[in-house]
Write a protein that binds this ligand. Structure first.
Ligand SMILES: [Zn+2]
Length: 215
């Protein structure tokens, strides 16, 4: 049973609570047609006035197609959660989790860091999984706002914490290499749920812990 089927049947929460090992999580994406992508890259090179048959570019369409296929496909991972047996009810924050994604407007990378905090409910999450949750949504054509919200929504649904917050700070190559050429400009986005959204003190604590190290 896939994760989305679990969601539709409303069993995801129950399964996560049942044991330490959660369901395997994989992005549900159409398989890329690599041959078609290669032809399209060769066409693009040609359209840009380059000769795709020249010695140096001969293998470029294949490399570009496989690079994009890789960047658009998250790795599977197992959602491991643990019972919050000690009743830990303070904020858990993981800072500076690497983020790299592709802007859907220019197909250029944006990269930076994410800070994720949550107030545990009945389950806590293996911390290494936070990086995988980021990757699950980052390996896609994205805008930073949606990526931030998807990660927060996902954690809220899967982990049912008392609150969750996600901050992403990223540099967009479409902004720094072209257009305004704003080198080093960071875009900061955030998404909050539960107590981190509703309760001013919790929200303040979350932002104090996450934004303290902003460059
Ligand atoms: Zn862009």
């Amino acid at each position: 049973m896939s994760v989305s089927e679990l969601e539709h049947s409303g069993q995801a929460g129950r399964l996560a609570v049942a044991g330490r090992r959660g369901p395997r999580v994989a992005g549900e994406r159409a398989e890329p047609d690599l041959a078609a992508a290669e032809r399209a890259v060769a066409d693009l090179l040609l359209a840009l006035g380059k000769d795709p048959d020249s010695e140096h570019l001969a293998d470029t369409p294949r490399r570009v197609a496989s690079s994009y296929a890789e960047l658009l496909r998250p790795r599977e991972f197992e959602l491991t959660t643990f019972g919050n047996d000690e009743g830990y009810d303070e904020l858990v924050v993981a800072r500076d989790i690497p983020v790299q994604s592709l802007c859907e407007h220019h197909l250029l990378p944006f990269r930076g860091v994410a800070h994720i905090g949550y107030l545990p409910g009945e389950r806590i999450l293996g911390l290494s999984k936070l990086a995988r949750v980021i990757e699950l949504f980052a390996r896609d054509l994205q805008v930073q706002e949606r990526l931030t919200k998807q990660v927060a929504d996902w954690l809220q649904q899967r982990l049912a914490p008392n609150g969750v917050g996600v901050v992403i700070e990223a540099e967009h190559l479409c902004m720094s290499l072209r257009g305004v050429r704003a080198q080093g400009a960071l875009t900061v986005t955030s998404a909050l749920h539960g107590a981190l959204r509703e309760d001013a003190a919790s929200r303040e604590e979350f932002f104090a812990l996450t934004l303290r190290h902003t460059r």
